[in-house]
Design a protein around this ligand. Structure first.
Ligand code: SF4
Length: 365
């Protein structure tokens, strides 16, 4: 719990009753993420986006948009979900992790400002439709902090036939994940930052098992899940850590789960040199030798491991360049040459396809 100067009046558009909370004597517990902060009157949570006002918890960032962009879905990265489409992406402020290398630190390390742009959920979805986007994404900073706004956006987006995605550290409470799934969350990319020790140490007392548990729950809720590891020299680039992550993906989620290993650049408080190509290729090898079918190298333009290959016959199925889809040969979720099922949601009517995919990989793992 942090005490903070309250600058936002109660009737400011960003101030909204927090959905997941419980009274604990004269304090309030936030039940949005696994930090479960206990806030005294006037106090702020660890993330500084929630505040106890008169014994009730409020979010201070409902509709507070720090960044807005129509992104290719490949940028999330989500490679096995509606390739070639665009999603209107919004970020807000702050984070519930303390990673010193944050690549979006300009917004994630800042508490919410007292003023800024307010975007209502219906307005956001209308913008997405007008910009020709097929979906929405809540990203850039940790989207769990924008739970209430995300739920309203997802419901509105579903009514307009759009898909919904999250790019997250996966530290929400399970009940929040269930609410997101009910509201229409279709796909998420979860950041796997390292093994238990590195995550606890660098991200400030985070229990990595909760993240894995949420990934499993998301799969059971029918949410398409891909994982990303930002490979950082000296933090998570050893053979031991990379093989450990790959094995855990196989065990917890199955070999079909896409794993993106991406290059880091020095940012904020962390000044180790950028990830060398050799470290990314070590991660790629660790994933493939452990048995993962889809391992992708990111932030290294032109690398052949940005493409998708059939795990059975090795055919080149999806060609990408940077953040763009160049071409996909996948038809009806199958390799056109050997007819193997390719995990993912490749076409708009993909909900049905995804379920069949999961049944296939579950029985084969
Ligand atoms: S969202 Fe998480 S970090 Fe923020 S106040 Fe709630 S429990 Fe604490």
């Amino acid at each position: 719990m942090r005490l903070g100067r309250v600058e936002l009046p109660d009737d400011a558009p960003f101030v909204h009753v927090s959905l997941l909370q419980e009274r604990a004597g004269n304090r309030v517990r936030c039940l949005t993420c696994e930090r479960r902060c206990l806030l005294v009157e006037g106090g702020l949570g660890w993330c500084r986006t929630r505040q106890n006002r008169g014994g009730r918890l409020f979010t201070l960032i409902y509709g507070a948009v720090s960044s807005l962009a129509a992104n290719p879905i490949e940028k999330k990265p989500l490679y096995h979900f509606r390739p070639g489409t665009h999603c209107l992406t919004a970020g807000s402020w702050s984070c519930n992790f303390g990673c010193p290398w944050c690549q979006n630190w300009e917004i994630s390390k800042r508490p919410p400002p007292a003023t800024g742009d307010y975007v209502g959920p219906e307005q956001f979805v209308e913008m997405a439709v007008r910009m020709g986007c097929e979906g929405t994404s809540i990203s850039f900073n940790e989207p769990t902090l924008s739970l209430e706004w995300s739920l309203d956006v997802f419901r509105a987006a579903r009514r307009r036939g759009l898909y919904n995605t999250f790019v997250t550290n996966g530290y929400m409470r399970e009940v929040a994940l269930q609410l997101l799934a009910e509201a229409g969350l279709d796909a998420m990319n979860v950041d796997i930052k390292g093994d238990g020790e590195s995550v606890r140490r660098y991200c400030r007392q985070v229990a990595v098992d909760r993240i894995w548990s949420n990934c499993r729950t998301a799969r059971h809720l029918g949410i398409h899940v891909e994982l990303t590891t930002l490979v950082i020299p000296g933090v998570n680039d050893s053979e031991e850590v990379l093989v450990g992550i790959a094995r855990r993906i196989v065990t917890e989620l199955g070999r079909e789960t896409p794993w993106h290993v991406t290059a880091y650049h020095p940012a904020w408080q962390f000044q180790a040199p950028p990830t060398p190509r050799a470290a990314l290729e070590r991660a790629l090898r660790a994933g493939r030798e452990t048995g993962l079918h889809y391992v992708y190298v990111g932030n290294l333009p032109g690398h052949p491991a940005q493409n998708t290959y059939c795990p059975s016959c090795g055919a080149l199925l999806v060609v990408r360049s940077g953040m763009s889809l160049i071409r996909s040969e996948i038809r009806g979720n199958r390799c056109p040459w050997c007819r193997r099922w390719i995990h993912g949601v490749w076409e708009p009517e993909g909900q049905q396809q995804r379920k069949e995919t999961e049944a296939t990989w579950t029985s084969s793992n």
